[in-house]
Structures are given as C-alpha cells and as structure tokens.
Design a protein around this ligand. Structure first.
Ligand code: ADP
Length: 370
C-alpha cells in the first residue's frame, strides 16, 4: 500500500457525515488512533454510551469505505463508549488530559478474567526506562520454563516493545469470531498495543482511549481455548500510576502485580507509589524486583552503579515480598534489541537462572507451580 497516506484516509473519512454535528468524521474529531500500515487501516470512534446505537451504521460505513481503498488488506473500525466522566468529544476534548487523580476508581473491582485465562499478572513500574518491559518478558519466559502455558500482553502505550524484543512483525490475524489470534514467539502467545497502532499515535491517546485499547487486547484476543487454557497472562503495563492501570483493575480480575525498580532513590519513590496503587485497588502485590543492581566488571568485581539494595529495603518497609535482583548486563539489552531474549539464547546462564527463580516464586504465589 505504498501510496496511501494518513491525509488521504482522513480525507476519505471526512466524506462520511457525523449524524450528530453534520460535519465529516475527521472534522468532527471522531477519528481516533488512526493506523495506516501496510497490513491494515483502522481507527476508533469514541462516543458517549447513549449514542453508541446511533453510530453503529457510521462504523460499518467507515469500515466498508476503508476496505475499498486501493491496497487495503484489512480495515477495522471499532466503536467504543466513552468512560463515564471523561470529557465529551470534539476538538476541545481532544486537547484535554484528565488528571490522574480524577480517575480514582469508585467502581467495583472486576471479578472475571479474559476467557480461558487462569491467572492474570501485571508488571508495573513507577517510571519509564527501569527495564520493566525487558523484565516482564523475562518473567513470562521464566513462567513458560516452569512448564506453564503463558501469554504476554505488551500494553505499554508509551513504548510498545514486544514486537522488537521478540523479533515479531506479524500482527495477529482475526479469527472467525472476530477475535485476534495472537502470534507465538519463544513459546509465548503475544499481543501488543504496537500491533494495533503506531507508537506515535498511542502516546497521545487520552486515558480512556488507551484503556479501551487495552481492554480490547485483553478481552478480544484468543489467549486460550477450553481445551488449552492459558495458565498465566503477563501484562506489561505502561509506567506510572495513571488511568490505564486504574481502569484495568475494573476490567479484569488481576491475580497479582510485580513492580520493577532500579536502586536509585528517584526510581524507588516512584516504585513505592506503584506498589501503593496496586495495594489500594485490592491487587495482591507479588513483590518487587531490583533491576540493574550491579554490573560485573571483566575482572570479576561487582560495580554497584546505581547503588544496590534499595528495592529490597523498600519491599521490607512496605511489607511486600522481595523477588530478587537482576544485574546490569549488556547482553540483556542486546537480546532485546535483536529479538532473541537472553533467557532464550542462554537458558542455563546465570541471568536466566535468576529469572527462573523469580518466576518460580511467582508461580508458587499464584498456586500454579507444576
Ligand atoms: P521500561 O519498560 O521500564 O521502559 P525497558 O525494558 O524498555 O524499560 O528497558 C530500557 C532499556 O534498558 C532497554 O534498552 C533495555 O534493553 C535495557 N535494559 C533493561 N534492563 C537491563 C539490564 N538489566 N541490563 C542491561 N540493559 C537493560
């Protein structure tokens, strides 16, 4: 689809009128999270709950229009209801950001997991760049090494990294039931927000949109079947304590949370916030992992670049388990960058053994150990 540009798609969509304002869909601010990729074109229409029926036809019309564009293999338009309390749609709504505190959950916590998934765990961090994605994948692989059936959901809208870390460039196919069939890599069933949108788009989503995308990835992916349910779904959350994390707790039953931190003071104070958020929303905090705890120099000495032991101390203070420490090891980064995780390349290496131990503790806490 070499010639199809975002502008051309927006222009085409603008020829479809918004039943409410009479403006074209693009001008009315109804085209959200537009993806134009060689594989697919798609976007979301987000309207207040009571207007959803009025927009069903618009959705099908938009999807049919996109499907007719030259070179488009798949077109998908998703109609979603705005989260109550979110700003109404329109240009001003697009500019506004909801303060995190406005989203404090009053709603009851969810009581169901996605279909055919036995346990859901989330991996969070107070801030970005602490190795949350790298470690959540390594933990998922560690659980797989325990003989469990494991899924990995990369929900980090600020930097979806699973496709790169796993060398995966095939987005999920859609099954007969319109659910996404997740591709498999390293024995994990994988889905990523990076398959649905281009990362630049994802980053500017308002909270409700990001949450909606996450809900879709969680519930509209065929993670398991009746015969072969998934034992554990590991969700790599965006960093921080925002809307996405809060909404998730209302959408799915979460069996536990793991928090990743580096040993620096700054990272630790943010990690404390993350632990508090999970605890406040009734999620069992499985524990804290300290990443980049030391670096092994060629002479065998251990250099504690960021200090060491801070996360262990924090876990003690907060009375949550300390799950273990992981060294700064350039091979971990190289593995992520080249799509061959270190724990797969060197399953018996010292780093992999650490992740196996962390995964074993988690599996035991979940009651899934083999
Ligand atoms: P986050 O998800 O917290 O933003 P990432 O997992 O994307 O962090 O990690 C940020 C960068 O640091 C990546 O390049 C990753 O490969 C690298 N990295 C993470 N943990 C380690 C580690 N223990 N040793 C070496 N590099 C690491």
């Amino acid at each position: 689809m070499p010639d199809l540009t975002r502008d051309a798609v927006l222009e085409t969509l603008n020829r479809i009128p918004d039943p409410l304002s009479g403006q074209g869909l693009s001008d009315a601010g109804l085209v959200r999270g537009l993806v134009v990729s060689p594989e697919r074109v798609g976007f979301m229409i987000e309207v207040p709950q009571d207007q959803v029926p009025a927009y069903q036809d618009v959705r099908s019309q938009a999807e049919a229009t996109l499907a007719r564009l030259p070179g488009v293999r798949k077109a998908q338009v998703v109609l979603t209801a705005e989260t109550p309390g979110a700003p109404s749609r329109g240009p001003s709504a697009r500019l506004s950001e909801r303060a995190v505190n406005d989203a404090k959950p009053k709603a009851p916590v969810a009581t169901a997991r996605p279909d055919h998934v036995r346990h859901v765990i989330v991996v969070g961090s107070g801030k970005g760049g602490v190795g949350k994605s790298t470690l959540s994948l390594a933990i998922a692989l560690g659980l797989k090494a325990q003989g469990l059936r494991v899924g990995f959901l990369d929900a980090d809208i600020y930097g979806p990294s699973a496709p790169v870390m796993l060398g995966l460039n095939t987005p999920p196919e859609f099954g007969e039931d319109k659910r996404m069939v997740p591709p498999e890599a390293c024995g994990l069933k994988v889905n990523s927000v990076g398959f649905l949108v281009d990362p630049d788009q994802a980053m500017i989503w308002r909270g409700p949109m990001a949450s909606q995308a996450l809900t879709q990835l969680l519930t509209q992916t065929r993670w398991g079947t009746v015969e072969e349910p998934l034992d554990v779904l590991v969700v790599d959350l965006p960093p921080g304590t925002g809307d996405v994390q809060l909404t998730l707790t209302q959408k799915t039953l979460i069996d536990g949370a793991v928090v990743i931190s580096t040993p620096q003071e700054m990272a630790l104070s943010d990690a404390r916030r993350a632990v508090t958020l999970f605890a406040k929303t009734g999620i069992n905090v499985l524990g804290i992992v300290e990443n980049m705890a030391w670096f092994s120099a060629p002479d065998g000495s251990e250099i504690e670049i960021f200090g060491r032991g801070g996360a262990r101390a924090l876990a003690e203070t907060l009375k949550v388990p300390f799950l273990g420490e992981v060294p700064l090891d350039p091979r971990l980064r190289q593995g992520s960058d080249t799509g061959r995780p270190l724990t797969v390349a060197e399953p018996d290496g010292p780093v992999a053994r650490r992740f196996h131990a962390i995964a074993a503790t988690i599996a035991q806490a979940l009651g899934t150990s083999n």
